[in-house]
Design a protein around this ligand. Structure first.
Ligand code: UD1
Ligand code: CA
Length: 412
């Protein structure tokens, strides 16, 4: 949409996510090759906000580092020891002010555990907020099983409040319209209302959702915008939801590539991360995982049974039963079966890395072949060279201590 006012985006990532039962903070779990937090930042970025602020507390340094690694322009706000989503937003507002942002106009707030939320939905919500002149606009959806979510309470169609599952009456629990935890607030309304939110609820937290009731009571315009596709707002609170979201997101990614002309023989066993780049007339055989920033050129065939992370595959190449990371495979080259390409492997045009060959930090020239049973490390093999079976090339620098050789590409 054009002419939308630049809005600050606030992403809440301070919670512990105890239902994940993990040492890893919830928002640092990954689907489709990105952490939940990075998905949230990517969505927020799409509306070109004046400032994007991530609120952290639980495992603060780890979460902040993940946010900054994905986008180093993110503003990090620390939540203090008062719990709740409302407090998290208050801490973000304080940080934005400290950073010189004027609290006027719309502010978008999202959770960081809805990885399928995208910029398109945020733009629509913002567009509706501005067009309707709302004080608060909240994204909702209707779920067959709304258990665990905040329920949208309406009166004659108007949103009058949001009630959390733990605070809801039996009648309210029957409501199927839920709060997706994605909002647009007028900054002044938000700021004033937050000062009036207390911790008098079942969880003893400062609920952001109370702002909706307060705004309504002040006679301000509150609108609920329902999305049809509830996957886009599906929250990830435990590992069952994590797997379900991962599968659905992958299903959509694979489908999109097929529509772009990629042949996928078995979509159910093909896993493609969001940052992978494919070309029409690539063929993917069953049981293939493409992670990180893989790029596959036209006419290449990958699989079956192949896992590539950050690998470039040239036009017309074939990669069969192979495990590879941070490698480059030239045009019309062939790799596998049973090849292990470790970081720093460059295979030239028309070259071959054959059965039971492991390579690392090595260049194999155009048309050169290492056909079987070899280990090639720290070596430059020129063009049009044939290496016979069972050869080991290894560079050992006796002045250096034995080297750690477990490095891999970025993990999904
Ligand atoms: C929240 C909403 C609920 C909504 C649901 C949608 C509130 C009170 N409830 O519930 O209405 O249906 O999301 O998924 O807002 N967080 C902080 N600081 C905190 C607590 C949480 O930053 O003190 C962050 C979390 O990291 C997370 C987000 O806020 O990204 C939501 O927290 P979570 O505990 O998942 O809230 P829900 O109980 O799911
Ligand atoms: Ca949640």
């Amino acid at each position: 949409m054009d002419h939308l006012p630049a809005a600050a985006v606030v992403i809440l990532a301070a919670g512990a996510g105890t239902r994940m039962k993990s040492r890893v903070p919830k928002v640092l779990h990954s689907v489709a090759g990105r952490t939940l937090l990075s998905h949230a930042i990517a969505a927020g970025r799409e509306v070109n906000p004046s400032r994007l602020c991530v609120v952290v507390r639980h495992e603060r340094d780890q979460v902040a580092a993940d946010a900054l690694a994905f986008d180093d322009t993110v503003l990090i706000a620390d939540q203090d020891d008062i719990p709740g989503t409302g407090r998290a937003v208050q801490c973000a507002l304080d940080k934005l002010v400290e950073d010189g942002v004027e609290l006027r106009g719309p502010i978008i707030v999202t959770a960081s555990d809805t990885p399928m939320l995208d910029g398109g939905i945020l733009s629509e919500l913002l567009g509706s907020h501005v067009a309707q002149g709302n004080a608060v606009t909240v994204l909702t959806t209707h779920l067959a099983d709304p258990t665990g979510y905040g329920r949208i309470v309406r009166n004659h169609g108007a949103v009058v409040g949001i009630v959390e599952e733990k605070d809801a009456t039996e009648d309210q629990r029957a409501i199927r319209e839920i709060n997706a935890a994605v909002y647009v607030f007028e900054a002044e309304v938000l700021e004033k209302a937050l000062h009036r939110v207390d911790q008098a609820n079942a969880q003893g937290e400062v609920y952001l959702t109370d702002v909706i009731r307060i705004a309504h009571e002040q006679g301000l315009r509150v609108q609920g915008v329902a999305v049809e596709d509830s996957w886009t707002v599906e929250g990830c609170n435990d590992k069952v939801q994590l797997a379900a979201l991962g599968r659905e997101m992958n299903r959509r990614i694979v489908e999109e590539w097929m529509r772009e002309g990629v042949t996928v023989v078995d979509p159910a066993t093909t896993w493609i991360d969001v940052d992978v780049d494919l070309t029409s007339d690539v063929t993917i055989l069953p049981n293939v995982q493409l992670h990180g920033a893989c790029r596959i050129e036209t006419g290449a065939t990958i699989g079956p049974d192949t896992t590539l992370t950050d690998v470039e595959v040239g036009e017309g190449a074939t990669v069969l039963r192979t495990h590879g990371s941070l490698a480059v495979i030239g045009k019309w080259a062939t790799v596998g079966p049973f090849a292990y390409l470790r970081p720093g492997t460059y295979l030239g045009e028309g070259g071959k890395i054959g059965a039971f060959v492991e390579t690392r930090n090595t260049t194999i020239g155009h048309g050169s072949r290492v056909p079987r049973l070899s280990y090639v490390s720290d070596t430059d093999i020129g063009d049009d060279t044939d290496v016979s079976a069972g050869v080991v090339f290894e560079h050992q620098d006796l002045t250096e201590p034995a080297e750690e050789t477990t490095e891999e590409g970025t993990q999904a």
